[in-house]
Design a protein around this ligand. Structure first.
Ligand code: SAM
Length: 287
């Protein structure tokens, strides 16, 4: 990677831009800006961006990560919900990386609702995600932007653990199974609090994603996600009990589980995605 063409932001730059724009970071939008150029270099290096990659960045904020990504990617499309930040990004890039400014598209909007994007189709997602909406944003993008093949996201450490957890783990749950529908997820590092302004009161973690084929099932994604939601809504219960509402009765739940080859006395936390996919095929038709 070379960032020779982009002058990355340090703490004084971040504060100066924020002051100029009158930005006061809000918790509501998960605004914790990276003030450490080494962290940006590390994220960009770990993201393993090829020169042909088109990166979708969620929440560019003041542009810390955007500048690093522009140095290595063919194109960056940045979607930012905060109108002031979205409006200022092109200018920051023009000042700090003028030769790369033509590689950037900025979209002002909500990454959880985005349906179409300008410019070339994204092949990668790289983001320091707003922590309160990290999982729904990620699921939305993996569903609606099927050209994304890989990614690297920074999230709250506990969320990182959940995203990468496998069956049997205490933190295996709805996010783990739903992400697994789209991608293989693995931990790619830990990030401390001091690299942000303002410093969050939680640690952060990096998660690397690689798109994988969706499981072979005649049940659609919606049907599979419905049984996943039901199984984990009462995660301490056996599947026979937890899925009685989903199936119509405990007896129907037991029959569906047996038909799918799953022990009705097991708990949802023991089941891999493939079992949920098979189980969804056996949901009783309700009249
Ligand atoms: N990428 C910047 C950095 O690393 O310094 C900022 C990261 S900050 C953790 C999250 C950013 O996401 C903020 O700029 C915030 O305004 C933006 N944001 C929050 N919710 C969003 C949403 N639903 N869609 C798009 N951007 C969002």
């Amino acid at each position: 990677m070379t960032d020779a063409a982009a002058a990355l932001l340090g703490p004084a730059d971040v504060r100066a831009i924020a002051t100029r724009l009158g930005v006061r970071p809000t918790k509501q939008l998960g605004q914790n800006f990276v003030i450490d150029a080494n962290t940006v270099r590390r994220i960009v290096r770990t993201a393993d961006i090829a020169p042909s990659d088109v990166v979708l960045e969620v929440g560019p904020g003041l542009g810390s990560l955007t500048l690093g990504l522009l140095s290595v990617a063919a194109h960056v499309t940045a979607i930012e919900i905060d109108a002031v930040l979205a409006g200022a990004l092109a200018e920051t890039v023009a000042e700090r990386a003028p030769s790369l400014a033509g590689r950037l598209d900025v979209v002002e909007g909500d990454a959880m609702r985005v349906a179409s994007l300008p410019g070339p189709a994204p092949t990668a997602v790289v983001a320091n995600l707003p922590y309160n909406v990290a999982v729904p944003v990620l699921l939305h993008l993996l569903e609606h932007v099927p050209t994304i093949r890989h990614g690297l996201v920074m999230v709250q450490a506990e969320v990182a653990d959940r995203l990468v957890a496998g069956p049997g783990s205490k933190v295996y749950g709805v996010p783990s199974v739903k992400i697994a529908w789209y991608a293989e997820a693995r931990r790619a590092g830990a990030i401390g609090r001091t690299v942000f302004w303002p410093a969050p009161n939680v640690d952060s973690g990096l998660v690397a994603l690689h798109r994988r084929p969706e499981p072979a099932t005649t049940a659609g994604r919606g049907a599979v996600f419905a049984v996943v939601d039901a199984a984990f809504a009462q995660r301490r219960k056996t599947l026979r009990a937890a899925l009685s509402g989903w199936a119509g009765s405990p007896q129907s739940a037991e029959a569906a589980l047996r038909a799918a080859g799953i022990d009705p006395g097991a708990r949802g936390e023991a089941l891999p995605l493939e079992d949920f996919a098979r189980l969804a095929e056996h949901r009783p038709v309700r009249t």
